[in-house]
Unconditional design. Structure first.
Length: 286
């Protein structure tokens, strides 16, 4: 695998006064997305990723919600968020927070575990807890992440990152992702599936009410209770997740916005940044 270039690893993009992000894709790790960021005021809208979201706080405090529970996380905290898990984040203190993140996809994460253990991995890797304290492992993750950012040799970078990912899974992982709960209402699952199949289209509450057989108000309440987000927020997040795929392929921002159902590029950019912390142009050239 080729190493990430120095420019790709160290170019910083201003976000807002006092805030900064560094975003890149590391070719040594199958194009894995990486980010180092300082946020003082930015608040992430509820969103999910098609990949794992793995990271740790370096300084300050973030207040995050996942699975309906809100927690404050600081130095020594780990984020071990499975694909599809809806979460948000905002500064928990006036000074904001600084953190490092990587976004390995499921296939690549599985390949890393198989490389490290020398055994075929059966099942789907997942983490049973998403927000937890593990100062020793967080420190190891920071060192591995800095090695990527600073353009360390391929051997050093892979050794550090492979080791820390394997340790994370050994301590906090499980073999299978949590399956949909038996208590998940079938009607609400139908609403989610309908939104997923038509995310780029205009969808009315009346249509979702017909799909579920529930009143509009009941459907919204039940959807939020089941998935910790509203139908509209879920649709918007699916649009952004599709946009990430298109931008990663190098598609134009205006065309991506239109294809994903956004009224205009400004509307698209606002929602994109609210869920990723960076603008579509930064993400596209990362």
């Amino acid at each position: 695998m080729q190493g990430v270039s120095q420019k790709e690893a160290t170019e910083a993009f201003p976000v807002a006064k006092g805030e900064m992000t560094r975003f890149w894709r590391d070719r040594r790790f199958a194009g894995m997305e990486c980010m180092q960021a300082t946020f003082l005021t930015h608040e992430f809208a509820p969103h999910a990723h098609d990949t794992f979201s793995i990271g740790a706080i370096e300084a300050g405090c973030q207040r995050a919600m996942i699975r309906g529970q809100r927690e404050d996380t600081g130095p020594g905290s780990l984020y071990l968020i499975n694909p599809g898990e809806i979460h948000d984040g905002a500064p928990g203190v006036e000074e904001g927070y600084r953190y490092r993140m990587i976004y390995p996809d499921q296939a690549y994460f599985t390949a890393v575990l198989e490389d490290v253990t020398g055994r075929s991995f059966r099942g789907t890797p997942a983490f049973s807890r998403q927000l937890l304290q593990d100062p020793e492992l967080a420190a190891r993750f920071h060192r591995a992440h800095r090695a990527l950012e600073n353009g360390a040799s391929e051997l050093e970078s892979e050794e550090r990152m492979f080791s820390v990912l394997a340790a994370m899974f050994q301590r906090h992982g499980s073999q299978l992702l949590v399956l949909p709960s038996a208590s998940e209402p079938i009607a609400i699952r139908h609403a989610r599936d309908y939104i997923a199949a038509h995310f780029a289209d205009e969808i009315s509450l009346e249509r979702l009410s017909a799909v579920t057989g529930l009143s509009r108000a009941h459907m919204i309440r039940a959807f939020r209770k089941t998935y910790f987000t509203t139908p509209h927020a879920y649709q918007t997040d699916l649009r952004i997740r599709e946009a990430r795929k298109r931008l990663r392929r190098g598609e134009a921002i205006a065309e991506t916005a239109l294809a994903c159902g956004f009224a205009d590029q400004a509307h698209f950019s606002r929602h994109f940044k609210a869920r990723t912390g960076i603008t579509p142009s930064v993400f596209r050239r990362g």
